[in-house]
Design a protein around this ligand. Sequence first.
Ligand SMILES: [Zn+2]
Ligand SMILES: [Zn+2]
Length: 387
Amino acid sequence: MLSSLRTPSIFSLGLVITALAFVSGGSTVVQTAVAQQSAPQKRPAAWYPRTEKLGPDEMFVVALGTGMPTPITRAQKSTAWYVELGNGDIFLFDVGSGSMENLFALRPEFHRVDKIFASHLHTDHVGDAAALWVGGWLSGRYTPLHIYGPSGSKPELGTAAFVEGLKKTYAWDISGRSGILPDAGGGLIAHEFDYKQDGGVVYERNGVKITSFPAVHVLDGAVSYRLDWNGLSFVFGGDSAPNKWFIERAKGADFVIHELFYTPKGLEQALGFPPRQAVIVSSYIHTPPSGFGKIMAEVKPRLAVGYHTIRQPELDLMMIEEVRKVYDGPLVIASILQREVVSADRVQAPPTTMEYKKAKRSGQASYSKYINDGKWKGYTPPPLPER
Ligand SMILES: [Zn+2]
Ligand SMILES: [Zn+2]
């Protein structure tokens, strides 16, 4: 299966692609770099969090999650992609349920992890947004978390409503932490854009341009993204049946991710769906392997990446066979081992910065006299340090 990654066609462009996988987390890490020298850069055989410095021209991509809303294997979380650029920017494309575990395993500098681009509002794509909002705030983020995402056919189905809903749902949580943690880090800001726009710019800063285009998935209001920076292009296809916008916008890009769903038979086998439901879900709401192969044959990326799978060897073979009937270019099914990431099951939190430690904290949670009087007199906490 590994031989399906045909590196010579990549090296001939004078570029280097290294792909690697999270052994424990079932995720894949792919690093795309514009080589400074003519020979491909030598990299260690294993990747250890916080041990390699990203080059100024490098794009570093990690699949934090590649799975389904049905976590039938502990080793695979729902969809989330971590993209770090040599200019210091970090972007998350989707934050599906469970994916925060793998984000923490990378031990990133959390004050830089402040932007989520949501493809659509299914739990397997945004289910950990609140976990990052709060977990990142506790781990070094002292500025708001920004969520970029599409509108829906009605206001209540859009990203802004989703974010307002999170704020209402977690009112108790956020009120209780505010003032003890940095004030601004508790902010959650929605950037909703028109889901219909085809190539509209949704983010442009620091030499990075991110555009969106529609996807065909269950309801209006699902999109895909393209990131362009420093001559490198990254395309993230959200859930979708094969669609014309993706073919056009992804054409010739360096790193192209598209969902690669099961065959209907695979779905019957993996999740016990009846045949009609299996065909609807795999081939009308999602893209089965034959569709994925056709898309990549048309798009011709430097590297094609499929995700949205349940990793089982039998299903992998079924998918590869279908894809290979129509696409013979470079291919990675996310979480196939390319380069081992050595990451502990239990990690130390990444260090916070002086800016985080000194950020303004204007208050402190308080409770009523009734609750205060419930404090046990037998225990005296240590005195509070000065602000
Ligand atoms: Zn999904
Ligand atoms: Zn979906």
